[in-house]
Design a protein around this ligand. Structure first.
Ligand code: 13P
Length: 250
């Protein structure tokens, strides 16, 4: 059985104080016997303070990006050992905003994923097509390239620790969610691709989460789909009420 995974990606939002208040409020509202995995990805500047607040709660810490090298002369970058040190359990890698604004390639993303795994954390590999690619029927070929490129050389062990987030670029921050059946068909395709790289058993256990304008009203129909195992939530994860409603979907 795949345990649902809900992760909030705050992107470039919230000061340290705002992040602390959010973490305190969410921690106080989460039921103790929650059968779901919950993580938040604050900006780098707030990771340490949030880590201290969520230490004895069910909330886990995620980072939004990482550099592939462990240390050295890379001004402005943050390494995987640093993220582990601060208490991160998950790292988002290859988000479409990083691919499009910062030129991240599948090859580079693959190196970052390896760095995350080598440091005992779990990568959340983001994949997804643009509107143009969807309209030209390239959805599956684009996602296939991103999956194969991102997971290259990880081995069964590495792949089984990876979470894949399908985030169609046209649904991110647009208020336009993929219809549950549209997301499901890509999630199913991703699971089949992972099966080819590993085994049916590994593919069946792999968590594939959906991202793109997820909100309290569309989460339930998305989660009702067979191959959708959770959500990577942007805008709606900035409000404690909305994020909590998403976590507590029925
Ligand atoms: P929105 O939920 O704001 O569309 O963002 C999705 C996303 O990019 C999460 O990583």
């Amino acid at each position: 059985m795949r345990r649902p995974f809900i992760c909030g990606n705050w992107k470039m939002n919230k000061t340290v104080r705002e992040s602390e208040i959010f973490a305190q409020q969410l921690a106080a509202l989460l039921p103790p016997s929650l059968q779901r995995d919950v993580a938040i990805a604050p900006p780098f500047t707030a990771l340490h303070s949030v880590a201290l607040i969520i230490r004895n709660t069910p909330i886990r810490l995620a980072a939004q990006n990482v550099h592939d090298r462990p240390k050295g002369a890379f001004t402005g970058e943050i390494s995987a050992p640093m993220l582990l040190d601060i208490g991160c359990q998950y790292v988002i890698v290859g988000h479409s905003e990083r691919r499009s604004y910062f030129g991240e390639t599948d090859e580079w993303i693959n190196k970052k994923i390896k760095a995350v795994l080598e440091n005992g954390m779990q990568p959340i590999l983001c994949v997804g097509e643009t509107l143009e690619e969807r309209e030209e029927n390239f959805t599956f070929s684009v996602v296939e390239r991103q999956i194969k490129g991102g997971l290259q050389g990880l081995g069964i062990d590495g792949i089984s620790k990876t979470i894949i987030a399908y985030e169609p670029v046209w649904a991110i921050g647009t208020g336009k969610t993929a219809e549950p059946f549209q997301a499901q068909e890509v999630h199913r395709f991703i699971r089949k691709e992972v099966e080819k790289l590993t085994s049916q058993e590994v593919a069946n256990e792999l968590r594939i989460i959906y991202g793109g304008s997820v909100n309290p009203s569309n989460i339930s129909p998305l989660m009702a789909e067979e191959d959708i195992d959770g959500a990577l939530v942007g805008g709606a994860s900035l409000s404690v009420d909305d994020f909590l409603s998403i976590i507590m979907y029925k």
